[in-house]
Design a protein around this ligand. Structure first.
Ligand SMILES: [Zn+2]
Length: 71
C-alpha cells in the first residue's frame, strides 16, 4: 500500500499515511486530530535514483597537487 505524506496547516506537523491510491486525495486527520491538512507530493523514489550526486571531495590530500603531478 503506498504511503502518502500530509501536512497539517493547523499545527504544521507532517505525517504519513498508508492508504489505497483511491483514497490518496481523501481528507486525512493529523495525529493531533486536526482536519485542515494538505497532501504533499511524494518524494519517495521507488527503485532508487540512477543519477547520484557527485561524491564530495575526500579530505586529507589525494588531490592533484597533493600527489606531485603538478610539478
Ligand atoms: Zn494538526
Amino acid at each position: 500500500m503506498p504511503r502518502y505524506e500530509y501536512r497539517c496547516r493547523t499545527c504544521g506537523d507532517t505525517f504519513e499515511l498508508s492508504r489505497p491510491m483511491a483514497e490518496s486525495s481523501a481528507p486525512a486527520d493529523c495525529p493531533a486530530g486536526h482536519d485542515d491538512t494538505v497532501k504533499l507530493l511524494s518524494t519517495v523514489a521507488v527503485g532508487g535514483s540512477a543519477s547520484a550526486p557527485a561524491p564530495a571531495p575526500q579530505s586529507g590530500g589525494g588531490g592533484c597537487c597533493g600527489g606531485g603531478c603538478c610539478g
